[in-house]
Design a protein around this ligand. Structure first.
Ligand code: SF4
Length: 328
């Protein structure tokens, strides 16, 4: 079947992935592979704008790639690679930076947020982050970028940079990427408050053992108004119920929806049911992960091969870019 076009998406090397990563991104990545020619990148260079040390970078990249592959991202269908393996992206970044106004970059809400988060480390790379992101996208002649609605302004900014470049050099060599709106599930952490994330330690790792997973689920915050088992609960305000709706069979969801409201089921029982369903859902992932991890150098081979395939596209784009710029 002819594919609809090329998709690009990048994610920072954050190591072992959690449930929020899976439901918010990886599931979409896997789902798009049949329809699109997908290029998925672990953006290690972007990570350098915020990390203090690179000692975990290799391990985090490996663990993340292993999770991606175990979850169904396929190196046969897609290009899966590491950003720094394609140095052409740095060159394109430099050229694009010359057609991007500095004031626009420093005005971006994402930049201002980073300044607040790390006032002691406002580095040059941080300012140019959106330019490097644009280089990532356009280097592979991307047609569409899958993003949630709140991320759409970033792609609009990338489109602006592309237009500036094409106008400056009177060319059409760079493609303006389109946004593909995807339903990005915002998974709330086990604290029941914030988005699931490693930095808040409110996450459930996909690669945890069933016992570790159950332990994390038991720590989940439920309806705060339900103090005792005899109090009726409200599943509509309970994160455990939200997760049941994603992971559990419909009959069980319906049963909890009724029984919780009349104190017919306790929170411990409800959580253990969720943990059992989650563990069952994760079984194939865990089996595949163990199988891939046992194959020596498999992950590295996939990333190296992906890098080579990505580089073929990148080198062709750069020939066209240099020609359009009339570089001597
Ligand atoms: Fe939440 Fe389940 Fe407890 Fe109801 S019974 S409050 S849905 S954990």
């Amino acid at each position: 079947m002819a594919k609809k076009g090329r998709v690009f998406s990048g994610a920072r090397p954050t190591g072992r992935q959690h449930l929020g990563n899976y439901l918010g991104a990886i599931k979409n990545y896997v789902g798009m592979q049949d329809e699109y020619d997908c290029v998925y990148c672990i953006v290690d260079v972007h990570a350098l704008t915020t990390v203090e040390t690179t000692q975990d970078l290799k391990l985090n990249t490996f663990e993340m790639a292993l999770d991606w592959l175990a979850a169904g991202m396929s190196p046969e269908q897609s290009i899966i690679f590491v950003q720094s393996h394609v140095p052409e992206v740095m060159e394109l970044h430099t050229y694009l930076s010359m057609v991007t106004q500095f004031g626009k970059l420093t005005d971006l809400p994402t930049f201002k947020e980073k300044v607040r988060q790390q006032p002691e480390n406002i580095n040059y790379g941080l300012v140019g982050y959106p330019v490097l992101m644009t280089a990532d996208i356009v280097l592979y002649k991307t047609d569409v970028v899958p993003v949630g609605i709140d991320q759409a302004p970033h792609i609009e900014f990338a489109r602006e940079i592309v237009r500036s470049f094409n106008y400056r050099y009177n060319t059409k060599v760079l493609i303006e990427p389109k946004v593909k709106h995807t339903e990005v599930l915002k998974v709330v952490g086990i604290d029941g408050k914030d988005k699931m994330g490693k930095s808040l330690n409110n996450h459930i790792e996909l690669a945890s053992t069933p016992e570790e997973t159950t332990k994390r689920v038991r720590e989940m915050v439920t309806d705060p108004a339900r103090q005792r088992k005899t109090d009726p609960g409200n599943p509509d305000v309970c994160n455990v119920f939200t997760m049941h709706k994603i992971m559990s069979p419909q009959e069980e969801v319906d049963m909890i929806n009724v029984e919780c409201r009349r104190a017919g089921i306790g929170c411990v029982d409800c959580k253990l049911r969720f943990a059992a369903n989650l563990n069952k859902n994760l079984e194939p992932f865990r089996a595949k992960r163990a199988e891939l991890a046992a194959q020596e150098s498999y992950v590295q081979d996939v990333l190296n091969d992906g890098g080579k395939r990505a580089r073929v596209i990148a080198q062709q784009t750069m020939v066209e870019v240099r020609e359009a710029m009339q570089l001597p």
